[in-house]
Ligand binder design. Structure first.
Ligand code: DP6
Length: 324
């Protein structure tokens, strides 16, 4: 009744932004991501008859309370699926520097789903595992796979057709991502709260959803042609559109900080100098920059030179779920 799994985080190039069902975590649009090797979570789950509640250790510290209720709720889903009523000890270690602005929820829930389902005796294929992982955190369902993955939003109200599928494996294309960490003390609107406010109040939300099929078609063509400029420019434009929806929300909000702008402008300036680089931004102020290996040294140096940037962490394409 014990298993250990590792999952790497992913960065969305076509963003998931908006839910049609909050309980089942069903999205309003397909999304597409690249799994990254630099940031991962390793989780051991042990179901034990002697426990009277779930125990959760994060980076060797026993944690409980509201921020971690999502873990208990997710274990309930696993128990229900297996038809077993037994509590678990969960031990998770994050190699995702929280400051890097990568939601550890993507690698966290993917590792928890993999270790938890195995520990309780479920045998799930990738599709079933992705569908289960989705219930913990939407973006996590893409981290089942290495390389490029697409989360198909599905149409059905029970969510049975909403899961991620692999697009290209980890070794298909050496495309890299620099996580640019900023000094920012802005109060954060979580992605869950931010996307709900956008769906409920932003008049720009419809435009966002309507634009997705074209963006997806373009980026998939770019990936199959290994056309970096096409992939980068579609990803950058898609990110800008997602962030534009937040400005139309009520009350309006933005994840950007002054340094966020500086990094965006710097990336555009690098392109003018002939260095291909494109940015994308999730629900926070930090910026992720897509680049090619031959430009790595210059990209790192340039990004580190921007005032307000505190760290630049480089990553390659990562692998899918592994069991240790
Ligand atoms: C901006 O997966 O964190 O990073 O499903 O509510 O847990 P929940 O949201 P989450 O949202 C991620 C939003 C995003 C875009 C993306 O990763 O696709």
């Amino acid at each position: 009744m014990k298993a250990t799994a590792r999952a790497q985080t992913n960065i969305a190039l076509i963003k998931y932004w908006g839910k049609r069902d909050e309980e089942l975590i069903l999205p309003t649009n397909n999304s597409l991501s690249l799994t990254l090797d630099g940031f991962y979570t390793t989780t051991t789950v042990e179901f034990r008859e002697d426990l009277t509640r779930d125990l959760f250790y994060l980076n060797n510290q026993c944690v409980s309370g509201i921020p971690y209720n999502r873990v208990n709720q997710f274990l309930d889903i696993i128990r229900q699926k297996a038809g077993k009523h037994v509590f678990a000890e969960v031990r998770s270690t994050n190699q995702v520097p929280t400051a890097a602005g990568f939601a550890s929820s993507a690698s966290g829930f993917a590792a928890l789903a993999a270790a938890g389902s195995k520990a309780i005796g479920l045998t799930l294929d990738d599709e079933e595992l992705s569908r289960l992982t989705r219930r913990g955190s939407g973006s996590a369902c893409r981290s089942i796979y290495g390389g490029f993955a697409e989360w198909q939003k599905g149409e059905l109200s029970d969510g049975s057709d909403s899961f991620a599928v692999p697009i290209k494996p980890q070794d298909y294309w050496d495309i890299r991502v620099a996580a640019v960490v900023l000094h920012a003390d802005m109060k954060k609107v979580s992605s869950r709260v931010g996307m709900k406010r956008t769906v409920d109040t932003s008049p720009f939300f419809k435009g966002w959803v309507d634009s997705i099929p074209h963006d997806l078609e373009q980026i998939k063509a770019g990936i199959s042609e290994r056309d970096f400029e096409k992939v980068g420019s579609v990803a950058e434009a898609n990110c800008l559109k997602m962030h534009a929806t937040t400005l139309g929300a009520n009350p309006p909000f933005t994840y950007w900080y002054d340094t966020t702008f500086k990094v965006m402008q710097h990336v555009q300036m690098l392109r003018e100098k002939g260095i291909p680089a494109y940015f994308t931004i999730d629900a926070g102020p930090n910026v992720k920059v897509l680049y090619l290996p031959e430009n790595e040294v210059e990209i790192k140096r340039e990004l580190e030179s921007i005032p307000g940037v505190t760290d630049v962490i480089l990553s390659k394409a990562g692998q899918g779920i592994s069991y240790l």
